[in-house]
Ligand binder design. Structure first.
Ligand code: DC
Length: 224
């Protein structure tokens, strides 16, 4: 049986970085479920499918041609129909649009099978909003990673500035707040900690400290 570790949390909580580090350390598969919503957003805009066209989006979610690869230098890359769309996938604008289409029940259902197909081999680390609650409710270890809005906006700000995006910290904090609001209050699969999740606040922790804490839980549960 594939061992499953889920890491859920709001945007900017550090779940992507930490999940990738756990997957690397344990040589487990990695699922960035947010990337699927982001790629669907990009695929829909390429095909001129309206963001309110739920059946068009759902159909696309099931059939879009996507691949994730890790390049020789360890970079995670997303490929849509043979085009490297990693940079476009990571923009704040794509994240905001992804959060909107993620509110549709049918779209979420259409992505379910794809997400579950990542559970193969010895283990999987899956990060997102509903990994521990909906997609992998039987996971062996569930982490709910959070951080204050200010800290998350700060982290995003540094990341985007480094990438050369022109953003203001204040506007970003407002976007983070609005995205939380949408992801936490939607009717289907809202962002919420699973009852059996371990909650970690990373506001005052480095990624390495979070990694060490999670690895201790992994050891404790005998998953390594
Ligand atoms: O984790 P992220 O920022 O890449 O995710 C982008 C958006 O996708 C997020 O705001 C909400 C949606 N999402 C979701 O609804 N469920 C998931 N499991 C992952 C992401």
């Amino acid at each position: 049986m594939t061992k499953i570790i889920t890491v859920d949390g709001p945007s900017g909580s550090g779940k992507g970085t930490v999940s990738r580090m756990i997957a690397d350390t344990l040589s487990f598969n990695y699922l960035d479920s947010g990337a699927l919503y982001r790629l669907l957003t990009i695929a829909a805009s390429r095909r001129k499918i309206d963001t309110h066209d739920v059946s068009g989006l759902s159909m696309l979610a099931e059939h879009m041609d996507i691949r994730f690869i890790t390049s020789a230098d360890g970079q995670f890359k997303a490929v849509l129909e043979e085009e490297d769309v990693t940079a476009e996938m990571r923009t704040e604008d794509t994240g905001v649009r992804a959060s909107k289409i993620a509110a549709y029940n049918d779209v979420r259902g259409a992505l379910l099978k794809r997400q579950r197909s990542f559970a193969r081999g010895e283990g999987l680390v899956a990060d997102g909003r509903d990994m521990g609650t909906v997609v992998f409710p039987e996971a062996d270890l569930k982490i709910y990673l959070t951080a204050s809005i200010d800290e998350r906006a700060n982290r995003r700000y540094k990341e985007l500035i480094e990438k050369g995006e022109d953003v203001s910290l204040r506007a970003l904090a407002e976007q983070v707040r609005a995205r939380d609001e949408r992801d936490m209050n939607r009717e289907v699969s809202p962002l919420v900690a699973a009852e059996d999740a371990i909650e970690l606040d990373s506001s005052l922790m480095s990624a390495k400290e979070v990694l060490e804490t999670v690895l201790n839980y992994i050891d404790f549960k005998g998953l390594a």
